[in-house]
Design a protein around this ligand. Structure first.
Ligand SMILES: [Fe+2]
Ligand SMILES: [Fe+2]
Length: 176
């Protein structure tokens, strides 16, 4: 069973992960009409990944005897001035997520909730990858500048990203 403060924070982060998926989906919807199908593909897969992050929290809260509370999700930004602006926004968002995860770890440690700390370890590591992946696209877009042929080459690169769903039974701590 969780302490109330930690349970509220876990529910908040679950909602925030689903919200992250919503943000990435809106970014994909911005790229589709521009025929940047590779960018859209990358962002759609990122949206799916965020749903699995929310699912991890959902299962963990349930498995630990807590009550899931799905919070309100704000409307995501629909338009960007460029793919660079979208990915810079994504990078900033991931930095916010990293800060939130670190604060959650602090809360778990303050409660001596070691199970939650171990659960959160996965997200601590995941955020290093998230920031690196988004940061790499931002860096490439800076290199590309106004070079359209280079932008289309990057678009082809991003088209290759595939969604690898976590194997069944691996998201929850008790095999759920
Ligand atoms: Fe996430
Ligand atoms: Fe993320």
């Amino acid at each position: 069973m969780f302490d109330d403060k930690l349970l509220a924070a876990l529910n908040d982060q679950m909602t925030f992960e689903f919200y992250s998926g919503y943000i990435y989906k809106a970014m994909a919807a911005y790229c589709r009409p521009l025929d940047l199908d590779g960018f859209a593909n990358w962002l759609e897969i990122q949206a799916l990944e965020e749903m699995t992050h929310g699912e991890r929290f959902y299962l963990y809260i349930n498995d630990s005897g807590g009550r899931v509370h799905l919070g309100a999700i704000a409307e995501p930004k629909a338009d960007y001035s460029s793919p660079l602006e979208a990915f810079e926004t994504a990078l900033h968002h991931e930095q916010i997520v990293t800060g939130r995860i670190n604060k959650l770890v602090d809360t778990a440690l303050a409660q001596s909730d070691h199970a939650s700390r171990i659960f959160l370890d996965w997200f601590v590591t995941e955020q290093i990858e998230e920031e690196a992946n988004v940061g790499s696209v931002v860096a490439k877009l800076h290199l590309i500048g106004d070079d359209m042929p280079a932008l289309f080459l990057l678009d082809q690169d991003l088209a290759a990203r595939a969604f690898n769903p976590p194997p069944p039974g691996t998201l929850g701590v008790t095999g759920g």
